[in-house]
Design a protein around this ligand. Structure first.
Ligand code: TZP
Ligand code: MG
Length: 215
């Protein structure tokens, strides 16, 4: 698939999955219609990320769902992921592209218009923009304040690649993110901590698909 078709994007985090494994959460999200999965798993070793990644690759490949690896180009290669997602302190978009080749999907985290323009110029295929709303999922010890949907609009206006909103997004507040110009939304907790991750994915997908009310 192409990032411009991503409406719902699951970012994995085993520490928030309760007694379910990351592949269990991914399977449920796929059954709920998720379009892309990012293997993130902060706080785990490279070996464990690789092993979980192999399982997640099998599940996503069978369903034809895109798999992206956070930060680590080597793990993306090792598990034959569709691409990598780099942040402002990771390998650059250009280096990731060099290492993975033209067919790979390279995404980049940005929170300002300047960062967004730079990532797009360097050849990113999509941007993760956030944190849109406050969230405690990014750093375990700190709440990240939100940049708000207006920043999504500013960035979507400034670049011509897909923009995926991330950070504190739930079915209740997802609509303003896509109305601001995001092509999709990425979530950790809205799916991962849900009692029924499949139903949570369906609800999120419906919130993103629901057209703006007119009149
Ligand atoms: N990047 C910006 S906010 C965030 C990441 C990885 C965390 C998103 O998690 P949640 O639980 O959907 O707020
Ligand atoms: Mg990173």
């Amino acid at each position: 698939m192409n990032p411009s078709n991503w409406r719902t994007y699951l970012v994995t985090q085993a520490s928030l999955s309760g007694d379910r494994s990351t592949p269990d959460i991914v399977r449920a999200a796929i059954d709920g219609g998720v379009d892309a999965v990012q293997l993130r798993e902060k706080g785990t070793s490279a070996r464990s990320r690789y092993e979980t990644g192999l399982e997640v690759r099998e599940v996503t490949a069978a369903a034809d769902v895109d798999l992206i690896v956070n930060d680590r180009v080597d793990i993306a290669r090792a598990i034959d992921a569709d691409g990598v997602h780099v942040g402002q302190s990771d390998l650059s978009v250009a280096v990731a592209r060099d290492l993975l080749g033209t067919d790979a999907i390279v995404g980049c985290s940005t929170s300002t218009v300047a960062e967004a323009r730079e990532a797009a110029a360097a050849g990113a295929d999509y941007l993760g923009v956030g944190a849109v709303y406050g969230t405690s999922s990014k750093d375990v010890d700190a709440d990240t304040d939100g940049i708000g949907p207006q920043r999504i609009a500013d960035i979507a206006d400034a670049v011509s690649i897909p923009v995926v909103g991330i950070g504190g997004i739930t079915p209740a507040n997802a609509a303003p993110v896509v109305e601001a110009g995001a092509t999709g939304v990425a979530v950790i907790s809205a799916i991962t901590t849900a009692p029924d991750p499949q139903a949570a994915t369906e609800t999120l997908a419906a919130a993103v698909e629901t057209p703006k009310e007119v009149g």
